[in-house]
Design a protein around this ligand. Structure first.
Ligand code: AP5
Length: 218
C-alpha cells in the first residue's frame, strides 16, 4: 500500500507516519528527516538544502525528487510506503505518479491531516526532536520520560532551527501557496481523505487506519 500524508507543518505527519508505518509494516519516507540526516554527514547537497530549510522555503525539486526516487527503489519499499512531507507541490506529485506508474504501481490513499493554525503554532513552538532517531516530542502533549533524552534510543533532544516564529510563519505561507493545491489535485483522483488531526495521538491514528481501510487490531 502506498499512502501520502499531506498536512501543514506541525499537523502531526511525522508522529502519525511513524506509528502507522510500524503497524502496517510499510516503509516510512520523510523527506525532512532525510535532509536532516544528510546534514549530519555534511554533504554539499545537504548543506545547500539547509539554506532553504532555515528560511522555511522548499528545497529545489531537482534535489528532492532525485533523492525520493532513489529511496523508493530500495528493497524495503516493495511492500509499500508512507510518504511524509512528499510530495509538496504539483511537480513533485507528477514526478511521483510517473515513477510509480513506471513500476506498475500507484498511490492508493492520500490522507490530509487537518489541524487549525492556532494548534499548529502551539505544536511547533513546543516540539523537541531526537538528534539520533528523529522521534518528535512535545513539552506539553508528549514529553519524554527524562527531560532532554529520547525514550526510544536515549539520544539528545533538540529544537529544530526552523521551529522559530519567523520561519514557522514562512513555512505556513509556503504550505498554503505550494502544497495546499495538492488537496485539489488528489481530490480529483478520488484518493483523498480528510482526517481531523486534533485530539489524542492514538485517536488520530485510529482515524487514519480507518481512512486507509485498515482497522487497528485493538
Ligand atoms: P519537514 O521536516 O517535512 O517539516 P514539515 O512538513 O514542516 O512538518 P513538521 O515536521 O514540522 O511537522 P509534522 O506534520 O511532521 O508534525 P510532527 O509529527 O513533528 O520539512 C522541513 C523542511 O524540509 C521544509 O520546510 C523544506 O525546507 C524541506 N523539505 C522537506 N520535504 C520537502 C519536499 N518534499 N520538497 C522540498 N522541500 C522539502 O508534530 C509536531 C509537534 O506536535 C510535535 O512536537 C508532536 O509531538 C506534537 N503533536 C503531534 N500530534 C499531536 C497531537 N495529536 N496533539 C498534540 N501534539 C501533537
Amino acid at each position: 500500500m502506498y499512502v501520502v500524508f499531506l498536512g501543514a507543518p506541525g499537523a502531526g505527519k511525522g508522529t502519525q507516519a511513524a506509528e502507522v508505518a510500524k503497524e502496517l509494516k510499510l516503509a516510512h519516507i520523510a523527506t525532512g528527516d532525510m535532509f536532516r540526516d544528510a546534514q549530519k554527514k555534511g554533504t554539499k547537497l545537504a548543506l545547500e538544502a539547509k539554506t532553504y530549510m532555515d528560511k522555511g522555503m522548499l528545497v529545489p525539486d531537482e534535489i528532492t525528487i532525485k533523492m525520493v526516487l532513489e529511496r523508493i527503489s530500495a528493497p524495503d519499499c516493495v511492500k509499500g510506503v508512507i510518504f511524509d512531507g512528499f510530495p509538496r507541490n504539483l511537480a513533485q506529485a507528477q514526478a511521483l505518479d510517473k515513477a510509480m506508474a513506471e513500476q506498475s504501481k500507484a498511490i492508493d490513499h492520500v490522507v490530509y491531516i487537518k489541524v487549525s493554525e492556532e494548534e499548529l503554532l502551539k505544536r511547533l513552538g513546543g516540539r523537541w526532536i531526537c538528534r539520533q532517531c528523529q522521534s518528535p516530542y512535545h513539552e506539553v502533549a508528549s514529553p519524554p520520560k527524562v527531560k532532554g533524552k529520547c525514550d526510544k534510543c536515549g539520544g539528545e533532544l533538540y529544537q529544530r532551527s526552523d521551529d522559530v516564529p519567523a520561519t514557522i510563519k514562512e513555512r505556513l505561507k509556503v504550505f498554503f501557496a505550494q502544497t495546499a493545491p495538492l488537496i485539489d489535485y488528489y481530490s480529483k483522483t478520488g484518493k483523498l481523505v480528510e482526517v481531523n488531526g486534533e485530539g489524542g495521538m492514538d485517536e488520530i491514528k485510529q482515524r487514519i487506519l480507518k481512512a486507509v481501510g485498515k482497522k487497528s487490531p485493538r
